[in-house]
Design a protein around this ligand. Structure first.
Ligand code: PBG
Length: 328
């Protein structure tokens, strides 16, 4: 008998049973890979659903505390907080973002009091939630986002967020020099141990859509003069080099799924932990298709997260963090 035409190599042998597939899996999701982004709304007396993100809410101070405890007991490693101030407190400078009693600072203190150091507590360091024009920085007289004036605001934000108990601050405004200024501000105010998770490659994306509802953003126009052009990969390496030289402890790519090549490239280059942020629109896409019965929700969620991990992320920010961690 000659079987010369049959394959000499049979990769399918390693796919024969669930146990075999599990054994040879190259990547595994672990609850500790996951970080939960969470919104807290000033003055809310009950959690407010976000219509474009079914299952996600703007928390009250109490429900946020509970969400942090649930995330912790599911094994999630961190929580990233976003504050939603009273509409009346928004102004051109985003003053509520640097008020020690602003909603984000209050929430940081609440969560720190609740979970201590058991969960890594992170804060979004950006002005868009707090400005009446909705931009991530302050504007000059011509209405453009003023880079260096914004840096001064970020320095102040870093200090109040660290004072309020953030273990990690996440500068996300894509201003030039933001990581360096935040590092200096932290060091000069006795917060040498507070880390910086730099939003290194943050693209100007249509997938932020649902987030704008989540934080009640009043943005008109776009963020194309500061967030990156989706067409560019090399530019993200330049941002990476700058962030590392300015003192970033961890770097992040955002959004995740449309930018897995960027994530893979950055993960290849660095010796610091790499995060990916699976953003609001990525969440909404899966939830909406599942609601229509077009895809299997749970399988799709795990597949997206596994793909992000395979591309090189050590940590993933995802609105499904607690649910997925529980199921793992
Ligand atoms: C900026 C910030 C944004 C998100 C996280 N931090 C919005 C933006 O830059 O437009 C988006 C997160 C998401 O869409 O889930 N404060």
């Amino acid at each position: 008998m000659t079987y010369g035409n049959f394959p000499g190599a049979r990769p399918r042998r390693l796919r024969t049973t669930p146990a075999m597939r599990r054994m040879v899996a190259e990547h595994r999701l672990h609850p500790a890979d996951l970080i939960l982004p969470a919104f807290v709304r000033e003055g809310a007396t009950a959690p407010v659903p976000i219509s474009a993100m079914p299952g996600v809410v703007q928390h009250t101070r109490d429900s946020l505390r509970k969400a942090a405890v649930e995330a912790l007991s599911a094994g999630v490693s961190g929580i990233m907080l976003f504050g939603v101030p009273d509409e009346a407190k928004k102004d051109a400078l985003g003053t509520a973002g640097t008020d020690p009693d602003g909603i984000l600072q209050v929430a940081l203190r609440d969560v720190r009091a609740e979970v201590g150091d058991d969960l890594v507590i992170m804060s979004d360091l950006c002005l868009d939630e707090f400005t009446d024009h909705g931009h991530c920085g302050v504007l000059d007289s011509a209405g453009r986002v003023d880079n260096d004036a914004t840096l001064e605001r970020y320095a102040e934000m870093a200090q109040v967020q660290a004072d309020a108990g953030a273990h990690v601050v996440g500068p996300s405004g894509m201003m030039d020099g933001q990581v360096g200024v935040v590092r200096d501000a932290l060091d000069q105010t006795g917060h040498e141990d507070v880390s910086i998770l730099a939003y290194t490659a943050k693209y100007s994306s249509a997938f932020y859509g649902p987030f704008r509802e989540a934080v009640g953003s009043s943005l008109k126009g776009d963020r194309k003069t500061y967030q990156q052009d989706p067409a560019n990969l090399r530019e993200s390496l330049r941002e990476l080099a700058l962030d590392l030289s300015e003192g970033a402890d961890m770097v992040m790519v955002k959004p995740a799924m449309p930018y897995l090549d960027v994530l893979a490239k950055i993960a290849d280059e660095v010796d610091v932990p790499v995060a990916a942020y699976q953003i609001s629109g990525e969440y909404a896409m899966v939830e909406a298709a599942a609601e229509k019965g077009w895809i299997d929700r749970d399988k799709a969620i795990l597949e997206t997260l596994t793909g992000i991990k395979r591309a090189g992320a050590n940590m993933i920010l995802t609105y499904w963090a607690t649910e997925v961690a529980r199921g793992l």
